[in-house]
Write a protein that binds this ligand. Sequence first.
Ligand SMILES: CC(C)(COP(=O)(O)OP(=O)(O)OC[C@H]1O[C@@H](n2cnc3c(N)ncnc32)[C@H](O)[C@@H]1OP(=O)(O)O)[C@@H](O)C(=O)NCCC(=O)NCCS
Length: 164
Amino acid sequence: MDAPQHEIVIVPRVGEPGRDELRQECYDVRIDVFHHEQQFPLDTEIDDLDSTATHILLRLLPSLKPVGTIRCTKHDNYYKLSRLAVLKDYRQYRFGRALVLALHDHVKRDAKQSGQHDSVTIKCHSQIPVKAFYAKFGYSPEGEEFDEEGAPHQLMVARLSSSD
Ligand SMILES: CC(C)(COP(=O)(O)OP(=O)(O)OC[C@H]1O[C@@H](n2cnc3c(N)ncnc32)[C@H](O)[C@@H]1OP(=O)(O)O)[C@@H](O)C(=O)NCCC(=O)NCCS
């Protein structure tokens, strides 16, 4: 099925105009998916990483309805992908794919700007039912499953060339 028209927005950085409003739209999608649908606790949905993270939002056009989001954080020697969510009614339109690829583009741009011209590492804590989704984008499992927020997760790691 053809995907509805949409846009991908990189939420402005800390201190830039529009960050709070657009980040709230990302939170709204996350709360809908992770809290209302998947029953994760509401009080841990927004965490310490959110204040400085790069948030990416997918909205329908022309309505600007937010339907998907993903979050990228930068750590000592890797980036972390987290909080990937697409509203239930909008799955299978390749929006999840578009969000992961937008995060990869952001990571490559950021790595280049930071003078890192070799490969970059991206980690994510995958829920078990979506391991095969991440595998499509080059992520491989590392280590044992572990509990996070009461649900089993698996560390998945991808290595990208920042010069691609
Ligand atoms: C995981 C999620 C983001 C995928 O979004 P989506 O828009 O439905 O996925 P896409 O349509 O972009 O799928 C891309 C590819 O992955 C596949 N795929 C989608 N969900 C999958 C899953 N759960 N397991 C395995 N493959 C999956 C699709 O079939 C498609 O394959 P193809 O390119 O070979 O045709 C969405 O199902 C979701 O929000 N789930 C609930 C929240 C969640 O679990 N987030 C991850 C937390 S770790």
